[in-house]
Design a protein around this ligand. Structure first.
Ligand SMILES: Nc1ncnc2[nH]cnc12
Ligand SMILES: [Zn+2]
Length: 338
């Protein structure tokens, strides 16, 4: 490990954009297939990894939804989430806001309860074992209908005190945020925070809609906002957090090369950017790998990396006193550096 690698690993950070289904490593996929007696269309772990070559978001989503089929029991969801927390703890993650896609599972006949109870028990264990706190974000699949999103929100009702936010993910183009205006308003009325993927593949207009029609608290990705100067200025002025995912951007061809990543341009323009892993098992790395990849390619300074880590706590849904405590931990960490 270089000095910069260990600086990044030790830097206290929050992860704000992580799909738990996207943390399903091929080894666990095989183990769960075996445990549940499910045939999968791959001969080996190497075969699975070889299939992870994507030219766009939809290429990835097709494989990602198929992979999730091995998740059947509460124990499966618990084991998946625990495996993520182990990796996250090793990467210096102190707080994680985890997205899950209930519709991917309920469509296969898996009960909402099975999914969420598995996640919640792993979250409690991670806090006890690693001091790693977490929140859950229920994502609606935007390629499905508004009515199906409402159905999912109704299924979540008994757990709403343990769900912090709703989000919007899956195929972006052709499914603008506006399609989910009413279900987001209903979620807000129930006291939930709101996030949405916007400007990953979709145009800046989708980011405008997420802000003006959905009234989101954070934008997931948001890369294409940079094409619109007025939008960029507005995001900066309003202190809107963007949950940026460099390795995802590379694997899904949002950028051609990591050297082209706009992360430092975002910071220079006053955007509250953060670094996250999105779907680490599919994109080649967890959150510290994302910091390292973009730091190496863009020559980021320690000060810039610390700003990104600070932004991750400031943009989290933690209460202000917890945010302040984490920011102090970052200062203490920086002061102790040689
Ligand atoms: N990067 C991404 N964009 C949209 N939907 C997703 N679901 C999981 N990862 C996603
Ligand atoms: Zn995502």
């Amino acid at each position: 490990m270089t000095d910069l690698d260990s600086f990044i690993a030790g830097l206290p950070k929050a992860e704000l954009h992580l799909h738990i289904e996207g943390s399903l490593e091929p080894e666990l996929m095989f183990a769960l297939a075996k445990r549940n007696g499910i045939a999968i269309p791959y001969a080996s772990v190497e075969d699975v990894r070889a299939a992870y070559a994507f030219s766009n978001l939809q290429d990835f989503l097709d494989i990602y939804y198929a992979g999730a089929d091995v998740l059947r029991t509460r124990q499966d969801f618990h084991d998946l989430t625990t495996a993520y927390f182990e990796r996250a703890a090793a990467d210096g993650v102190r707080h994680a806001e985890i997205m899950f896609d209930p519709q991917t599972h309920t469509a296969r006949g898996i009960a909402f309860e099975t999914v969420i109870e598995g996640l919640l028990s792993a979250c409690a264990e991670a806090e006890a074992n690693h001091g790693l706190t977490s929140r859950l974000i229920l994502c609606f699949l935007r390629h499905l209908s508004e009515a199906q999103a409402f159905e999912t929100l109704a299924q979540a009702e008994p757990w709403l005190d343990r769900i912090t936010a709703v989000g919007l993910d899956s195929s972006e183009i052709g499914h603008p945020p506006e399609k989910f205006a009413r279900v987001f308003a209903a979620a807000r009325d129930k006291g939930l925070k709101l996030v949405a993927h916007a400007g990953e593949e979709g145009p800046p207009a989708y980011v405008h809609e997420a802000l003006d029609i959905l009234h989101v608290d954070r934008i997931d990705h948001g890369n294409r906002s940079l094409e619109d100067v007025a939008l960029t200025d507005r995001l900066a002025r309003e202190g809107m957090t963007l949950t940026v995912c460099p390795l995802s951007n590379l694997k899904l061809c949002v950028i051609d090369r990591m050297e082209d990543h706009p992360i430092d341009r975002m910071l220079e323009q006053g955007l509250h950017a953060t670094i996250n892993s999105d779907d680490p098992a599919y994109f080649g790395g967890y959150v510290a790998d994302n910091y390292r990849a973009v730091a190496a390619a863009r020559g980021l300074t320690r000060a810039q990396l610390a700003t990104l880590a600070r932004n991750s706590f400031i943009g989290s849904f933690l209460p202000p006193d917890a945010v302040s405590a984490h920011l102090k931990r970052i200062d203490t960490y920086l002061a102790a550096q040689p």
